[in-house]
Design a protein around this ligand. Structure first.
Ligand code: SF4
Length: 437
């Protein structure tokens, strides 16, 4: 009997532990799932037709190892490893969770049949300009008390997270860039959460950088998961600009505004220094919460002025605190109108001699550009298919006519055709309300 070991953790980015009959597998520090040990062994033997081969699964440290004993001498290691990888992926899929938020995680590949256009929470959003928003992952490491999308581990409304296969996302972005005429495109990676949690970010940016017509690749981040190594990788991949959130230079207030006691302001300041040493442009994007961080905002303006960041884009992008229907709101804070916010910025621009503070589309070279046709009309009744849970309770993921939709229903029947009245089509984002069956 010849015995052989195959270390699956050396071949795939997985860490594992065994608990009873379950193998718990973690991928890339963000994706976690579990599968039945006995079912995995049985399926592997069946798929490989290994009747007389002894097969066992062990975990050494956090490495997942296959132990194979064959009476026939040599075994086809590559075939066994590939089959094991495929099986793990299939068996793991229904149990996937976002390691950070602990929410159920839906891994979207081309094979799932889930289109990447049509929803606000994942995929590609085209608002009819040369800037496309790219949303590869949902979920956040922070729990900011003002979060407009109620993201993070303490979210009360977001129950499902999504992650998109990077090849699928790059292919769909390429198609849309071609549709727009392959010129002057900005791909802006943001999301309902923190996009640097996306484990394939450098690879995605590298794929974006070779799409014809893509001139700028920008990234929105709170900076917490960024490391110097990751910044170097993003720079090599072709990232043009980082828009970094920074809401206070006071450690305690910064922590309070992040909703996370582990938030490290000094880490963020180190990240700023490292970005400034790289080829990536930096824009600091503080949220102005009236009556809460007024002094801090003035301090940040002074800080950014002193930094002397060089960039072809504005280096400071102050945001107005707005309340969103499904977001979190700061207790006791009254939002200010955009008109008043702009008035304040104009005054500060002059007082601090800091230009521009009041940003316009032109500062980022954003121009109107044709969008994909909308396959639904507002008010029409359309047949669509429910493919899974939505990001929020009371909402499901629907698919129809090459688009994903938000379907406002509590019914959990999956793979069911249903008729909906389309109530939103703006920016190719669709909402459907079920109508009588
Ligand atoms: S960093 Fe952004 S997405 Fe994350 S909790 Fe804060 S506001 Fe929400």
């Amino acid at each position: 009997m010849m015995t052989k070991e195959i270390n699956l953790s050396e071949l795939f980015p997985i860490h594992a532990e065994i608990e009873g009959n379950r193998i718990i597998i973690q991928l890339h520090n963000i994706i976690v799932g579990d599968l039945s040990l006995s079912q995995f062994k049985k399926s592997l033997k069946k798929n490989l037709i290994l009747d007389q081969t002894e097969l066992d699964v062990a975990v050494r440290g956090d490495q997942l190892v296959l132990e194979i004993g064959s009476p026939f001498g040599n075994v086809d290691e590559k075939r066994i490893a590939n089959t094991a990888g495929q099986l793990i992926s299939n068996l793991l899929y229904p149990t996937l969770r976002n390691q950070v938020t602990r929410n159920k995680l839906v891994y979207i590949t081309k094979a799932t049949g889930i289109p990447l256009i049509g929803r606000i929470d994942f995929g590609i959003i085209d608002r009819g300009t040369n800037l496309l928003q790219i949303r590869p992952i949902t979920g956040c490491v922070l729990d900011c008390p003002f979060c407009s999308v109620d993201s993070g581990s303490r979210s009360k409304t977001r129950i499902t997270d999504f992650i998109i296969d990077s090849d699928y996302l790059a292919d769909e972005a390429k198609k849309l860039c071609e549709f727009k005429g392959s010129r002057s495109i900005e791909l802006h990676i943001d999301g309902q959460g923190e996009p640097t949690l996306y484990p394939y970010l450098p690879a995605l940016i590298k794929d974006f950088s070779v799409i014809r017509g893509v001139e700028t690749i920008s990234l929105q981040t709170n900076g917490a998961p960024l490391t110097e190594k990751l910044i170097d990788q993003l720079e090599t991949a072709g990232l043009s600009r980082i828009n970094l959130s920074l809401n206070s230079l006071d450690h305690n207030k910064a922590c309070e505004l992040s909703g996370n006691a582990g938030y490290s302001l000094s880490h963020i300041l180190g990240i700023i220094e490292h970005i400034m040493r790289s080829q990536i442009s930096l824009l600091i994007a503080p949220l102005w919460i009236p009556g809460f961080n007024d002094e801090e905002i003035l301090g940040i303006i002074r800080f950014v002025k002193k930094l002397g960041i060089e960039s072809k884009w504005p280096v400071l992008g102050l945001q107005n605190y707005l309340v969103h229907r499904h977001g979190r709101r700061m207790k006791g804070v009254r939002p200010e109108s955009m008109k008043h916010f702009r008035w304040k910025l104009e005054r500060i621009e002059r007082a601090f001699e800091f230009f521009p503070l009041l940003l316009r589309h032109g500062d980022f070279h954003i121009v109107p550009m044709n969008s994909y046709p909308k396959p639904f009309r507002k008010g029409e009744i359309a047949e669509i298919e429910i493919l899974g849970a939505g990001r929020m309770s009371g909402e499901m993921l629907g698919v129809g006519r090459g688009r994903s939709l938000h379907v406002l229903t509590n019914e959990k029947d999956i793979n069911r055709k249903t008729r909906v009245r389309i109530t939103r089509t703006k920016h190719n984002i669709f909402i459907g309300n079920p109508v009588g069956h």
